[in-house]
Unconditional design. Structure first.
Length: 217
């Protein structure tokens, strides 16, 4: 037997005010020319109501009340640059000859670090904090540094260079190390990726030349 539900719904005429998708907690969907007054019963919590008489931006509402006493409020569907900020991969500038203090608000962002005495300080270690730090030019006059907030927030990982056929192509962090240096062999594009577990920093780094990135302190 062929079902006619789709075609029946297509030609169906709903009353001026209607409810649909009934559950034990109430109806999940409704619509009409006017929003139900506060205290109206029958709609489930978080039910959606389509106000046919609403203006742009105010025609979609959700029940913030209960099944026995609804309280429909307009859904904010406005998209702004601020609301998109968490979904946008933004960058942070770390200028030369300047100290840039990273915070939790910078977590997940790419830090573009200019060459020559740019100093970056990490925030206190906290679970989930993560940063990608990229040097934007070749070394010229002074090393760049990335420093821990506290000496006990150790680095764990190995700095690897592109010259894998040479000896000394890696540098392993030890407990005494409190900073990462981009030294005289550092090049444009050398980078460090850092992730914290709340007590330490785990990293992977890439440098074009041996000793481009090293651990110090």
């Amino acid at each position: 037997m062929q079902h006619r539900l789709a075609s029946d719904l297509e030609i169906a005429e709903f009353p001026d005010t209607w409810k649909a998708i009934k559950t034990k907690d109430g109806h999940l969907l409704g619509g009409g020319d006017a929003v139900p007054t506060d205290g109206t019963s029958g709609f489930a919590p978080n039910a959606v109501f389509i106000n046919k008489g609403g203006t742009a931006g105010s025609s979609l509402l959700t029940n913030e009340g209960t099944k026995s006493a609804s309280a429909f409020k307009t859904l904010d569907t406005t998209v702004t640059s601020a609301s998109l900020a968490d979904f946008t991969l933004t960058t942070v500038a770390a200028p030369a000859s300047t100290t840039t203090a990273l915070t939790s608000a910078h977590s997940g962002k790419i830090v573009l670090m200019a060459p020559n005495a740019a100093a970056i300080t990490l925030p206190a270690a906290a679970e989930g904090l993560n940063y990608t730090i990229i040097q934007t030019g070749d070394y010229s006059t002074a090393a760049n540094t990335i420093t821990q907030a506290a000496s006990g927030e150790d680095f764990f990982g190995v700095a690897v260079s592109g010259e894998l056929s040479h000896s000394g192509d890696t540098d392993t962090a030890v407990v005494a190390n409190t900073l990462i240096g981009f030294g005289s062999n550092s090049k444009k594009g050398d980078r460090v990726e850092l992730v914290s577990d709340g007590t330490s920093w785990y990293f992977k780094s890439y440098a074009r030349l041996n000793d481009g990135i090293t651990f110090e302190g």
